[in-house]
Design a protein. Structure first.
Length: 507
């Protein structure tokens, strides 16, 4: 039983379905009926519209003969007014043929969209031209990246990486396909497709991960489009006009052709998707697509057609292994060069820390030398180890300590600058090799930046340790100097010139 029958039967007698169509954005059907049933409770009419999903809008138009149509809109839900107009019209135009237009405008909300009749949907999209089909699905996926079709009166499910079909109340968790935009950007940079702005799609959008054996026709349609779009993603130049695909591929041979997509022998094209999946999933895209084009041109059954002979996908993989072996020496050299540079970065990190530590050692040695000299001079001049720090000696000592503190600040600033330069140099190293190696490969060679992070952590740790030692050393020297001065000179402090100048005037 079709979803609309309860509603149509309730209002009209002896009705006939003229046509029905459904796409991802619209369900439309037209009927003719010979009679109208006026004895219908409004509540029953409302209940018969329960099939309508909240995100969608119904527009019903009823005409008796050539009279003006009577409209029911779900947005206004004007059932009483609608029925009153039908009753009035039926009285005056009894016996006239009744024309009914039944349209549901569908809205995508939270990546979900309704399919009211899966069979009608399948029949409709099967009649679309290739260009129309791709335009509809591109519009759906561009707004959300995934689309979940909720199918009325359906109890199973099937799905691709970005499109799912399931019952109204079920939930299939589709994740946004990994690197979707990256694959599309790679396609734009290496291929010229006339409808690239209107068809932002991937072949994997139509490659079913799970299928439903009861929906063989829909499975076939999706499989066909996954292959057609794989061809577009692999060839140099493609142009689509309705079902006519014009193409050019440059490999060992340059092949041009024009085919009617509705007449393709899909069984002879199945390996196109495998080749696409291999080309666009990892590795150097330029190298892989160039190699794939070379092999494809050698496996055409007929020049100008798309049919393939043999097993081109196996040939592509075998050729790539040979290519890798030829380039493995260069690859190893690059890896060794990166490893040498990592060792150099480790040495640079050690040198940065050593420079800072050396500054501390020099500063400490200078201060200790000064203090030893002061003590020795005092002992030799007075012959006793008492009152080492006079006021003059104390002030001079504090000045030396402050000078060392300033030197500490400069050394710490220099370490910070060297660290920033170290980090920038490392990032530039990774960027420099992106032209030769894949990002994932660089990440693997660099061990996910493990050594670099350890070097940065080493610099930060040593900076903290030496900073604390430096400050503590200066604090101890300054504190002991002032303490010794106060112990031996506090009583005479009021007689000093500095005290008289600064404090007696204040008094």
């Amino acid at each position: 039983m079709r979803f609309y029958e309860n509603f149509i039967k309730l209002l009209f007698t002896e009705y006939n379905l003229i046509q029905a169509k459904e796409t991802g954005v619209l369900f439309e059907a037209s009927f003719s009926a010979s009679g109208y049933n006026s004895n219908i409770p409004i509540e029953e009419m409302s209940t018969s519209l329960d099939f309508l999903q909240e995100r969608d809008r119904l527009h019903l138009s009823v005409s008796f003969g050539d009279s003006e149509p009577i409209i029911l809109s779900s947005e206004k839900r004007n059932l009483e007014t609608f029925k009153e107009k039908l009753d009035a019209e039926a009285i005056h135009l009894s016996g006239e043929l009744i024309s009914i237009s039944f349209n549901i405008t569908k809205t995508v909300f939270d990546s979900e969209c309704t399919i009211y009749e899966l069979d009608t949907f399948t029949e409709t999209i099967d009649k679309l031209t290739c260009s129309q089909f791709l335009t509809i699905f591109s519009g759906l996926l561009n707004s959300t990246s995934i689309i979940k079709f909720k199918v009325l009166n359906y109890n199973s499910s099937f799905y691709s990486s970005s499109i799912s079909f399931s019952s109204i109340n079920s939930n299939i968790n589709l994740e946004i396909p990994d690197k979707r935009n990256q694959k599309f950007d790679g396609f734009k940079s290496l291929c010229h497709y006339s409808e690239i702005d209107n068809h932002k799609l991937l072949p994997s959008d139509f490659k079913l991960i799970k299928s439903d054996d009861n929906q063989a026709e829909l499975n076939r349609i999706f499989n066909n489009y996954s292959i057609v779009f794989s061809i577009i993603y692999l060839f140099d130049i493609t142009s689509l006009n309705d079902n006519q695909l014009e193409f050019k591929i440059n490999g060992y041979k340059t092949i041009n052709g024009k085919v009617d997509l509705s007449k393709l022998n899909i069984n002879a094209l199945v390996e196109y998707y495998d080749i696409f999946d291999w080309v666009y999933n990892g590795g150097n895209l330029n190298d892989k697509i160039g190699l794939a084009r070379n092999i494809i041109t050698l496996h055409f059954a007929n020049i100008g057609d798309l049919d393939l002979n043999g097993h081109p996908f196996q040939s592509v993989k075998s050729s790539y292994k040979v290519y890798e072996k030829q380039n493995i020496k260069q690859y190893i050299e690059i890896r060794n060069k990166i490893s040498d540079q990592l060792i150099d970065f480790n040495n640079r990190a050690n040198k940065i820390v050593e420079t800072f530590a050396s500054g501390f050692q020099k500063s400490a040695l200078a201060l200790i030398s000064f203090y030893i000299s002061a003590v020795v001079i005092r002992v030799l001049s007075k012959g006793e180890f008492l009152n080492i720090f006079s006021l003059d000696a104390t002030i001079l000592s504090i000045v030396f300590v402050l000078g060392s503190l300033i030197y500490f600040g400069v050394s710490r600033w220099e370490l910070k600058e060297q660290k920033e330069r170290f980090v920038n140099s490392y990032n530039n190293l990774k960027l420099r090799y992106t032209d030769l190696l894949e990002e994932d490969d660089i990440k693997r060679i660099l061990n996910d930046d493990k050594e670099f992070k350890e070097d940065v952590s080493f610099i930060d740790k040593k900076r903290k340790v030496y900073s604390r030692m430096w400050i503590a050393f200066l604090f101890l020297l300054a504190g002991s100097t002032i303490l010794l001065f106060l112990i031996y000179n506090l009583s005479q402090l009021s007689d000093t010139l500095i005290f008289k100048v600064f404090f007696r005037k204040a008094c």
